[in-house]
Design a binder for this molecule. Sequence first.
Ligand code: TRP
Length: 338
Amino acid sequence: MKKRILTGDRTTGKLHIGHYVGSLQSRVALQDDYEEFILIADVQALTTHFSHPEMINESIYNVCMDNIAAGLDPEKVIFIQQSMIPAIAELTIFYSMLTTVNHLLINPTIKTEARNYGMGETDGEFTYDFSKLTYGFLGYPVSQSADITFCNADLVPVGEDQIPHMEFTRRLVRHFNEMYGTDITVPQTKLSTTPRLAGLDGNAKMGKSLGNAIYLSDTPEEVWDKVRNAVTDTNRITVKTPGNPDVCPLYKYHQTFNAGEAENIASMCRNASIGCVACKKLMNTCLNSLLDPMRERRAKYENNRPLVKEIIQSGTAKANEIGNRNIALIKEKMHVAL
Ligand code: TRP
């Protein structure tokens, strides 16, 4: 019996190369040794994008296609649409009874996101704006615990920002099992070892809202446009000035996407035997050799949306078989089943 992995993406847009290095890459590597569930988190997307449901619908397709383009085999992994799993909704409500508001308020990822979405602000110390902080947003870690445990996932591969949610889940599930005598699996965290990919514009984060993301679905022209505008060592005034790769955002990309050549490039930069434009062209080639096979895999699905819908719906049906069975057992243990 293979162990079960569950991980997910919010449907707030297309996935970018930061998602690829931070998580998709490891999903691809794990797909043969684990049974892999990929949750398309449309309900969680609504916690911040509730006023734009139409973009969420389009993103459901994009998130699925991006995962397949990255190398996940739809014959092996199971794609699940979160809003279509009643067991997740039910479990969220049961879990919420054991969750204190305070436990949610202290979650550092919730604080960061609340600030980013205007539900709080940092003026020295962070404070919530309780007239803006929604119940649904504050409670999404509870819903995420249900995402992970409705199918008794063993392992959750995540980036560092998700650690508070994993700690929250593990504690909640232990408490729940103790209280009701259930046997819900306490999930293990598999932390991604790659550091977060910074933006080529020098911003610490790559993100849609920052306009600095290179999407897995970008055309070669779009990629070059972003790479061409990359920030390099700002003290390097001419090609003849020696550069310092340690402060160069573009160089970080060479370390990530061109690891074999990175040291060589660093020494050429330091002795001014390579210029920034040439260095950008090299990176452009690297990124396209990463993205070309993704573009190829994606094309078949991009031109056949009914096929993508079929993949999501059949995966969701499989997950519901498991979820419905588990929630029935849980309700029995809770004495709410007649
Ligand atoms: N919160 C995750 C993110 O923002 C997405 C997510 C939703 C998730 N449900 C999950 C991740 C369950 C792992 C497991 O990236």
